[in-house]
Design a binder for this molecule. Structure first.
Ligand SMILES: Cc1cc2nc3c(=O)[nH]c(=O)nc-3n(C[C@H](O)[C@H](O)[C@H](O)COP(=O)(O)O)c2cc1C
Length: 134
């Protein structure tokens, strides 16, 4: 199994209708593909985690990459894992925290994940921030 984290940008502010459409299609497809994860939307960014069987995650990410509702996805982390961290959600959703336009990628990720309460999930993103800064 793998877990993949990427960040991408949008040209327009996030709209409820667009997010609802992305989430409903994602949940339907991800259940069928045994994929779980979390989508965070804040400012003009998406931050998304996908976890599941490697081939399934890879083919799903290939579709997502070329989706015109966002652009320039950057993979921040891709790792082999034994257990799911986001197993509760076919695709969970979390509004991101406040973003500062001039911040570094590490600060941006920290801002986006700031509203997450679960300490385990928080540690996953903070682990990225530490490694990325090092
Ligand atoms: C930010 C973002 C996240 C997405 N996440 C997923 C996802 O987790 N799973 C998925 O199947 N599609 C996801 N999509 C949608 C895909 O890009 C694509 O539109 C969809 O998979 C096509 O499904 P369909 O062939 O069943 O219509 C996402 C799109 C965006 C913009």
């Amino acid at each position: 199994m793998i877990r993949l984290l990427y960040i991408s940008s949008t040209r327009e502010p996030h709209s409820r209708a667009r997010l609802d459409n992305i989430l409903s299609v994602s949940r339907r497809n991800n259940v069928a593909a045994d994929i779980t994860g979390l989508l965070i939307a804040g400012g003009n960014r998406f931050l998304q985690v996908l976890e599941g069987p490697e081939a399934r995650v890879q083919e799903t990410f290939e579709r997502i990459r070329f989706d015109e509702r966002h652009f320039a996805p950057v993979v921040l982390k891709r790792e082999a894992v034994e257990e799911r961290l986001f197993g509760k959600w076919a695709m969970g959703f979390q509004p991101g925290g406040a973003l500062n336009r001039t911040s570094t990628m590490t600060d941006e990720v920290a801002g986006l994940v700031a509203p997450i309460d679960d300490p385990l999930l928080k540690a996953y993103f903070e682990g990225f921030a530490r490694r990325h800064a090092a």
